[in-house]
Structure formats: structure tokens, C-alpha cells
Write a protein that binds this ligand. Structure first.
Ligand code: ZN
Length: 346
């Protein structure tokens, strides 16, 4: 049995760091274990221009503990007024690594997102030309479509037509949650998908049975068990089309435990031990490094990290902090609901 595992330091290819007091509270949690992260731009107002991305990057670096090597990889929030020339300059100068598509209203702070794809075609055409990835929040927001079907409908009615129209566009399907998402991303090439830690652990029963669990509520919402199992097979397959994007998304407890609770699981603190647990259950510890540290870097054309991280397994369950503190209040750390014996060696 393996008790010790050394990996290239992981990258988190989908992360919410927020801003201000919350940024100060959560940035050290990701920086402890990860080398780099693709930073989501859904602030208020959104990070929609090169200048905004540069300013946000500076605020992130200022929030990191002294001596941290963590590198934020910035993205722009695509709006119907995004200027293709600004995107091109931001990409060519290395300020951004991707552009994020939020269908308007799909999730936290997405009301400024895209309603009509035709309006952003000039930006997407420029991105295809540059090889700059489009990260998609892959859910339709049409009220008639059931929340559990929104990912599959997005693939059929938005993503696939878009990729046929612009075959050279590189696309990351963010936080896939369904068998359909797994199957569509499997074609690889200029298509890839991120998978979160919590979607490898939760199905919709965990969220809804025995009382609603606000800290398990996220978007896209967890689906049926067979979808969770498909995600596990994908993540542990070694297929380079799949890589880790935690979608760690902090909200203070007062906004999670609320009549209209916010969506998001905060997994930055304990993601790597949880993933080691999942991969061990699947008999795939030898493929954990591909998922956390190789496939994402390869898709984004980044050099692999040279620094390493070591996970150790102890006979005693690891005690993770239940909450981290922010100036606005406590943030609950994701609790998988089972004992985890892995920890990151400090
Ligand atoms: Zn997200």
C-alpha cells in the first residue's frame, strides 16, 4: 500500500479568489499547495479589460504571504462589448491566459454575461486565430430547461454549434458534471474539460437527502450518481482532455446558510488530500499527477512545474479546519462526509 506520494506541484485550472477581505482570507489557502491557478473574473464589476486584469493580478499578488511563489493566471470576462483588440493585446503580452464565457445569469455575478453569441463572434474569431482558450460555464439559462439538464442542453444547442462554426477555437468546458459532458470532452484536441474535487465526491442525494446541505450547493449543481461515477472514470483515466479545476468558490457562511443561499463549495484548503483519497479508491494514484499537474499545463501550453509536493497517508484521519476566517465572517471548508487519511506534508 502506498503511504507517500510525490507529485509535480499542482495547478488549479479554475479558481475563484474574489477580492478585498475575502481575497486576503482565501489566497493563502490556494498558494499553500498550488503553483498556479486560472483565476475567474466574475468580480463586481467583472474583470473585463486588460487593465482590469493587470490591476486584479496585482491585488492577488499583494494578498499572498511573503515569499510565496504562487502565480495567478488571469482571464477576462466576456461581455457583449468586449473589444477584440484589447483581448488580443492582453493575450499577446501574456497578461491573460483565457477568456471566460458566462451565459447571462448562469451563476454568481454573471448578469453581465453573454445573451447573444453573435455579438461576441469577432472576439471569438480573434481568439481562434490567437489560440487563446475560451473557458465556458456550460449551462443554458433558459427558464424552461430543468436545472439538471442545463449542461447537456448547453452542449447540444450552444457549444457544439459554436465549435462547428469556429473549429479552431480552443475550448475548456469548465466544471463538467454529467456523463454527456465527459463524453463530449473525450474527443480532446482543441477541447478539454475541468473537473472539480467536489463533483467527484457529491451526487444530488448528498445535497438534498436528510435536510438541505447549503455547503454542498454549487453550480453546476451535483447530478445523479451515474454522472458522478462517469466523472470519476474520466478524472482517473489519464486522458489529457481532463484536468483539475477546483472551482473553489468561497462565500461567508451567512450567505450560504440563507433563504437564498449562494452557490459554491470552498475546497482550496483540502483539495489535494481529498483527491488522493478518490484516486486511491479508484486504484489510480499513479494518475493523480496527470490530473493535477500535467494535463492542464499541457492544454494551456505552460511549462510543467519543477517544484514538488508530497502527500502522506497516516493511520489517523486528517483533521482539516472546519472553517477559515475572513473579515466578513467564517467560510466553511468543504467536508467530504468521510474520513480522509491523506495530508500534504508541510
Ligand atoms: Zn467557477
Amino acid at each position: 500500500m502506498i503511504h507517500r506520494l510525490t507529485l509535480k506541484r499542482p495547478d488549479d485550472m479554475h479558481l475563484h479568489l474574489r477580492d478585498g477581505a475575502m481575497l486576503a482570507a482565501v489566497a493563502p489557502e490556494s498558494a499553500r499547495d498550488f503553483a498556479r491557478a486560472i483565476i475567474m473574473p466574475n468580480l463586481v464589476p467583472p474583470v473585463a479589460t486588460m487593465a482590469q486584469a493587470q490591476a486584479y493580478r496585482a491585488r492577488i499578488l499583494a494578498a499572498l504571504p511573503h515569499g510565496t511563489a504562487f502565480e495567478p493566471l488571469m482571464t477576462l470576462y466576456l461581455t457583449e462589448t468586449t473589444d477584440p483588440a484589447d483581448v488580443a493585446e492582453a493575450a499577446r503580452s501574456g497578461v491573460i491566459k483565457a477568456v471566460k464565457l458566462y451565459p447571462a445569469g448562469a451563476t454568481t455575478n454573471s448578469h453581465g454575461g453573454v445573451r447573444d453569441l453573435d455579438k461576441v463572434m469577432p472576439v471569438l474569431e480573434k481568439m481562434a486565430e490567437l489560440g487563446l482558450p475560451l473557458c465556458t460555464h456550460g449551462e443554458v439559462t433558459t427558464p424552461e430547461v430543468d436545472i439538471f439538464d442545463r449542461e447537456a442542453v448547453f452542449i447540444d444547442t450552444v457549444l457544439d454549434p459554436l465549435r462547428r462554426r469556429l473549429p479552431d477555437l480552443r475550448v475548456v468546458m469548465e466544471h463538467i458534471t454529467t456523463q454527456e459532458g465527459v463524453a463530449y470532452a473525450a474527443q480532446g484536441g482543441n477541447l478539454a474539460a475541468t473537473i472539480t474535487t467536489h463533483h467527484l465526491i457529491l451526487n444530488r442525494n448528498h445535497v438534498l437527502v436528510g435536510g438541505i446541505k447549503p455547503h454542498y450547493y454549487c453550480l453546476p449543481v451535483a447530478k445523479r450518481e451515474h454522472h458522478r461515477l462517469a466523472l470519476r472514470r474520466a478524472a482517473t483515466s489519464g486522458n489529457p482532455a481532463y484536468f483539475l479545476g477546483t472551482d473553489s468558490a468561497p462565500h461567508v457562511d451567512a450567505l450560504k446558510e440563507h433563504a437564498c443561499g449562494c452557490a459554491g463549495c470552498f475546497t482550496a484548503t483540502n483539495t489535494l488530500p481529498l483527491l488522493a483519497h478518490v484516486f486511491e479508491e479508484e486504484g489510480a494514484l499513479d494518475r493523480l499527477e496527470a490530473f493535477t499537474s500535467q494535463n492542464g499545463a499541457a492544454f494551456y501550453h505552460l511549462a510543467l512545474n519543477t517544484s514538488q509536493i508530497t502527500l502522506i497517508k497516516s493511520p489517523h484521519p486528517t483533521v482539516f479546519p472546519a472553517k477559515i476566517q475572513s473579515e466578513g465572517g467564517p467560510v466553511t471548508v468543504f467536508d467530504p462526509g468521510f474520513a480522509v487519511h491523506w495530508q500534504v506534508q508541510s
